[in-house]
Structure formats: C-alpha cells, structure tokens
Design a protein around this ligand. Structure first.
Ligand SMILES: NC(=O)c1ccc[n+]([C@@H]2O[C@H](COP(=O)([O-])OP(=O)(O)OC[C@H]3O[C@@H](n4cnc5c(N)ncnc54)[C@H](O)[C@@H]3O)[C@@H](O)[C@H]2O)c1
Length: 249
C-alpha cells in the first residue's frame, strides 16, 4: 500500500464513511470532510475508537474560501493529504420540466465544481510523494443518459474531469480514476427498488458500500500505480448490456 493521508469528502455519507473506515483500517490517517460537521466528526470518532487515526471537519466543498481554510488547518496538524476521494454528492430527482436552472447549477456545483475545487486546493500535496491518488465517485448515471437530468449531467462531467486531470497531473506521480457505482445495498434502498435492481443486474448481486469502498482502497494500493484515467464501473454488468425484451434470464 502506498503511504499517506487520505482526505474523503462526503465522509458522513453511506459510501464516504465506508471508504474512510476502510482506508483507516489499513493504517492510513484519514481526513473526514462533510457539509455535516457533527456527522463528519462522528465518522472520525468511530475510526479513532477502533484504533485508527482520523480528524473530522465540516466544510462546504462549493465554498472555495472554506476549502482553503481547511488546508491551512490541516497543515498546522501535519495532516495534509496525499490522496483524495471525492465522494460528496447530491441527487435531485427531476427532469427538464421539473429542474429549474438554479437547481441544475447547484447539482453541478456540488458534484463537479466541488470535486474540482478540493482537488485544486490540495494539488501540490497530492503530488508531494510521487505516489498520490485521486478517486472520483461518479455513478453509472454518468455513463449513459439517465432519468435525473442534472445528476446524470454532473456525473458524466465528473467522469471527464477525471480524464482531464490526468493531463494536469502529467509527470507528477498522481493517478486520477473514477469509480461508477450502480445502486448500493444501503438503508436507503427499499425492498421494492432492490427487486427491480436485481432483475436488471446480470450478477444478481447489489454490492454494499463496504464492497465499493474496497475498490477505492485498491486504487490507492501500489498494485494500482499504473491505472490512470480509468472509469471503474461497479454495477454487476447492468450497463454493459441491454435487452430488447422484458423476458427474465
Ligand atoms: N447510493 C448510491 O446507490 C450511489 C450510486 C452511485 C453513485 N453514488 C455516489 O456516491 C457518492 C456517495 O453517495 P452516498 O450514497 O454515500 O450518499 P450520501 O447522501 O449518504 O452521502 C453524500 C454526502 O455528501 C455530503 N455533501 C453534500 N453536499 C456537500 C457539500 N457541498 N460539501 C461537503 N459535503 C457535501 C452530504 O452531507 C452527505 O454526507 C455520491 O457522490 C453519490 O452520487 C451513490
């Protein structure tokens, strides 16, 4: 495993907290960042109680000044990150006729510009060891058209931001990859939705957030040093195939 502190945005959320716990369990110091300060600190405290090293911060990733202040605070605690997981995100369930421009902008602001702002602020720190990693949590909604317009647009943009950042970090020893989960087995998924997802998933398996966190951990490993600019889709093959009929396999 490559050494270094990891900063996780959205670390109070289902996937972000699973990633923070996973990376900390590998002995890596973690910075847990979320809009929800109390919940971010709870994630960090839980990690601490289990023997890990973690700090929690409440920061809005769309606020550039706050992100800059965060960096100053982390520098003072010798916790500047060499790795970054951009997991913060918001979903708006709307289409063209139900998503006004302000809402569309807000979704892009958090899901794309937020990831850009945090990565930009810590770019020199990510490059400081020659083995830095950025992992952007996109979605299968970013691979195809998807019914929630702003969300799909933002996740598609995050996938291509991932590729563009490869050029920005050219020769600096930082890899940038995107992970595109399909639905994950979290308390948010009700049983009716689960049944529908299972019918559309060739593996007949819906992963837990911990399982997807394992993929992120792999991308931070030494074995993954030459995986760069890639999009890892974790959806059991659901978006790799289509059926013209509704027949069940
Ligand atoms: N849940 C799924 O099935 C699924 C599937 C594919 C992709 N994803 C993506 O995975 C990521 C994590 O999703 P999740 O299921 O854990 O959702 P979640 O809602 O549990 O977590 C998202 C976290 O982001 C934080 N956040 C939102 N706006 C922020 C801001 N401006 N600044 C800082 N933090 C902010 C929220 O407070 C929340 O804790 C998201 O990017 C989401 O789009 C989720």
């Amino acid at each position: 495993m490559s050494a270094g502190t990891a900063l996780i945005t959205g670390a109070a959320g289902g996937l972000g907290s699973a990633i923070a716990r996973r990376l900390a369990s590998q002995g890596r110091p973690v910075v847990c960042l979320d809009l929800d300060q109390e919940a971010a600190q709870r994630t960090a405290e839980t990690i601490g109680q289990n023997g890990g090293s973690a700090v929690g911060y409440g920061v809005d990733i769309t606020d550039e000044a706050s992100v800059h202040e965060l960096r100053e605070s982390l520098a003072g605690r010798s916790m500047l990150p060499q790795h970054m997981i951009n997991a913060a995100g918001i979903l708006f369930r709307g289409q063209l006729d139900t998503t006004d421009t302000a809402t569309f902008r807000k979704v892009l602001d958090v899901n794309v510009t937020g990831a850009y702002t945090v990565t930009r602020e810590f770019a020199a720190d990510l490059a400081s060891t020659g083995a830095g990693r950025v992992v952007n949590i996109a979605s299968i909604a970013g691979m195809n058209g998807y019914e929630f317009t702003a969300y799909a647009t933002s996740k598609g943009a995050l996938v291509n931001l991932t590729r563009a950042l490869v050029l920005d970090f050219w020769g600096k020893g930082v890899t940038v990859n995107a992970v595109c989960p399909g639905p994950m087995r979290t308390p948010m998924l009700n049983s009716a939705a689960m049944e529908a997802f299972l019918r559309k998933t060739p593996t007949r398996h819906i992963p837990s957030a911990d399982e997807v966190a394992g993929w992120c951990a792999f991308l931070l490993s030494e074995e993954a040093a030459n995986i760069n600019g890639q999009t890892v889709v974790v959806d059991g093959g659901a978006t790799a195939v289509f059926r013209y009929t509704e027949e069940e396999a």
